[in-house]
Write a protein that binds this ligand. Structure first.
Ligand code: IMP
Ligand code: MG
Length: 178
């Protein structure tokens, strides 16, 4: 049995930052009819739940599912669309909500694909960013935290489907990955 992941970002620090992000987003979109929060499954589900409830503007929730890591933490290369958005996003303000941006491939793919559907606007929000790892050119409009090159779990993020429901962001050490 692997040891419990070491705490990188505590529950209370996450909570405070999520409220700050929600305040900024609420301010930026005030006066708009509606903001579509587009959660990228599965990793964003807890972040999206907390962020969406802290907003003070009209918002609707949509989901999309992509897969870029077929086997644990070894990248497979291409991004694969697993589940598309149910409704049309044409003419609507869309905010993509991601758990973490690593190489940036996933976000790059999503922005490209969604732009072609003519939304009124498209922005990005990510809880975490591994700045050193990013190779694709992507803009994160709303960012929670920058972290180093480590595999993190909790608050929605997993390592081989484990530890998604940890209340904090923890580090999985290479020794614990099997
Ligand atoms: P990217 O396409 O390389 O930016 O990878 C982004 C996706 O990889 C994220 O949406 C996560 O699902 C996954 N990912 C990358 N790093 C981590 C991590 O440290 N923990 C958990 N998932 C991760
Ligand atoms: Mg993800």
């Amino acid at each position: 049995m692997a040891t419990k992941p070491e705490i990188l970002i505590s529950e209370s620090v996450i909570h405070t930052r999520v409220r700050e992000l929600a305040e900024q987003i609420s301010k930026d979109y005030s006066g708009k009819d509606e903001l579509v929060l587009l959660g990228v499954l599965k990793g964003s589900f807890i972040f999206l739940a907390d962020l969406s409830r802290a907003l003070t503007i009209p918002r609707t929730i949509e989901f999309i599912a992509v897969s870029s890591y077929e086997h644990g933490s070894v990248p497979s290369g291409a991004v694969r669309l697993v589940m598309d958005v149910r409704g049309s996003i044409e003419g609507r303000h869309v905010l993509i909500v991601e758990d973490i941006v690593d190489t940036g491939q996933t976000l790059h793919y999503l922005i490209d694909m969604l732009k072609s559907r003519n939304p009124a606007s498209i922005r990005t929000c990510a809880l975490l960013h591994k700045a050193h790892m990013t190779t694709a050119e992507v803009d994160i409009d709303y960012l929670g935290f920058s972290i180093g090159d480590e595999w993190v779990v909790g608050y929605g993020l997993d390592y081989m489907e484990q530890n998604r429901t940890l209340p904090y962001i923890g580090i999985v050490h290479p020794d614990d990955r099997n």
